[in-house]
Design a protein around this ligand. Sequence first.
Ligand SMILES: *Cc1c(COP(=O)(O)O)cnc(C)c1O
Length: 234
Amino acid sequence: MSEKLLTDTALAVVKAKENIEKAAKAAGRDPKTVRLMAVTKTVSPEIVNEVVDAGCDLFGENRVQEFLSKYESYDKRAEIHFIGKLQANKVKYIVDKVTMIESVDSIRLAKEIDRRCAEISKVMDVLLEVNIANEESKSGFSSEEVVSAAEEISKFNHLNLRGLMTIGRFGAEFEETKGYFEKMSALLVDIKSKKIDNKDINVLSMGMSSDYELAVESGATIVRIGRGLFGERK
Ligand SMILES: *Cc1c(COP(=O)(O)O)cnc(C)c1O
């Protein structure tokens, strides 16, 4: 790093990485197996880019329109995952720009990603989004549906199923959230134990600003942090 003073954002990245490392070690995990994602919604690309020099090279995008308006200005060293609700008719705008779609919440969406990736000869890494708290208002597969959905999705030639993602439930207490994270971890083990024709199912994306350390203790390999890096959203 240069001699420039660290920005608030850069400092927050350093701090978050320290916290991740501590939580991983406390759980007997190798900190290198946990990746920090900067969730960029509402944040200007100039500020978003500050995280890269500070050691965070993964951006998470929620909204297609906003993403497209910022994409050209992003630091090209960063990798980008899509993490938001994705409509099938918007898939074509993002498949060439992201390395993973974490929010696959239906077979229909998976089919469209597969079709659009076939057109550009790409195999897309995907995660299945799990509605772990069974909330009416949330999309995603229920925990009962996950294994059969994984089996189905692993048949698509242009999708590479890598694991699971969840948002959890807003406002949940510590113990409730811990239960969800542990359930997610168990679901990943379930999927791995099935004879799905895929060797590298090992990604668990869970934990946000308020609960990422807990997520790391429960096995998260990607934690998605927005406010904890950039401050409260306007
Ligand atoms: C906004 C968002 C986050 C980050 O939430 P913070 O509370 O700002 O850390 C993580 N994941 C998804 C899917 C989001 O939409």
